[in-house]
Write a protein that binds this ligand. Structure first.
Ligand SMILES: *[C@@H]1O[C@H](CO)[C@@H](O)[C@H](O)[C@H]1NC(C)=O
Length: 351
């Protein structure tokens, strides 16, 4: 008989744990940015920068190419899962999903975009201001779906992931003369940090309170940039230096905004840069064989339509490669990056 007896405190603990799980601290993940976090919004716009075809997505659920620029999942997917939400965050413009799906996670990001309007013009993708317009439309839909009070609770409790900036430098500043004639690279960094501040203040004014901001990766080590380096395809250290300087300035912005804006919790995921840099410098320590070139095709310049299924050179096991195409990490790299920052995010936001 004694073995059937369940102490009251065990029941209570179980009930409390149940509530802790279902009464999610972060009810939704809301994503702004570029290809580092785009879940497929570019599929429905007229741009050449797409990835909704094989071999993209071959390691995603069902081997499905979704428009994510990887062989599998991207960081917001892993972050969503770690917060007890869905294992993938759907793209707002994907007609397969509706507001019932978006109520727990939605992605407004667009591959190729930047903080600078001139950057999104290059490949005709969604400018950041337009991502914000979609977010406003989403707010209205969410209020109609959940009711105003509940929707506002979701919007203020949600974790906002913001990840962009690389394209402002690599697709715009260093390629076209317009910005270079206006700004030195230091001045351009300041210009972009200013735009980042404007954007963060705007989503704050619309109700965002928990924001994770990601800076630039060691962008001189992306295979595409390495392949242009005539010195033995080493990382372009000048670009890495610019990225580190820029991240330092973003960190200053984050400190200021946290002081200026009441009840804002803005976290800068500073360790992402180092995590990626370590993986690239010591790939074998992380179980990778190759960091210099990407899995897809020759791995030196192909992405989007150039990374196609008919190319016989594409590697068979993407887990052995740090990069999937010449500009984007493999799923396994994405997972390691998230493993590196998730402790910080859970500590800061899951309350
Ligand atoms: C970018 O374009 C939008 C829409 O035309 C405009 O409202 C915004 O001021 C522009 N931003 C900058 C920094 O020029």
């Amino acid at each position: 008989m004694a073995s059937l007896y369940i102490p009251v405190w065990v029941l209570l603990t179980q009930i409390l744990m149940h509530f802790a799980k279902t009464g999610a601290k972060v009810p939704a993940i809301i994503v702004f940015g570029d290809s580092s976090v785009d879940a497929g919004n570019n599929n429905v716009i007229s741009t050449l920068l797409k990835s909704n075809f094989q071999p993209y997505g071959r390691d995603f659920f069902g081997g499905r190419p979704t428009g994510r620029f990887s062989n599998g999942r991207i960081p917001p997917d892993f972050i969503s899962e770690a917060f007890g939400l869905k294992p993938s965050v759907p793209a707002y413009l994907d007609s397969m999903y509706s507001i019932s799906d978006f109520a727990t996670g939605v992605c407004f990001a667009s591959a190729g975009t930047g903080y600078d309007n001139a950057t999104s013009d290059v490949l005709n993708v969604i400018p950041l201001w337009q991502e914000v317009e979609y977010y406003k439309e989403y707010q209205n839909k969410l209020r109609a779906y959940l009711g105003r009070r509940k929707a506002n609770r979701v919007l203020s409790g949600a974790l906002y992931l913001v990840s962009l900036g690389t394209n402002d430098f690599l697709e715009n500043y260093y390629i076209f003369p317009q910005r270079q004639s206006q700004f030195t690279v230091e001045q351009y960094q300041d210009f972009i940090v200013g735009l980042s501040g404007n954007f963060l203040r705007e989503i704050y004014s619309l109700g965002a309170r928990k924001i994770s901001l990601t800076g630039l990766p060691p962008m001189g080590c992306l295979p595409l940039e390495r392949s242009t380096n005539l010195f033995g395809h080493e990382c372009v250290e000048d670009y890495n230096k610019v990225a580190l300087e820029f991240n330092g300035k973003l960190k200053g912005l984050v400190k200021k905004l946290n002081e200026d804006l009441p009840r804002l919790k803005l976290v800068f995921t500073e360790s992402a840069y180092d995590a990626i840099y370590q993986i690239i410098k010591k790939p074998t320590s992380y179980g990778f064989d190759v960091a210099r070139v990407a899995c897809c095709s020759t791995g030196t310049f192909e992405m989007s339509y150039l990374c196609s299924k008919i190319n016989p050179l594409t590697c068979t096991d993407a887990n052995k490669y740090v990069f999937w195409d010449a500009f984007h990490p493999t799923e396994r790299t994405n997972k390691i990056i998230v493993d590196n920052i998730i402790g910080l995010l859970l500590k800061e936001f899951n309350n």
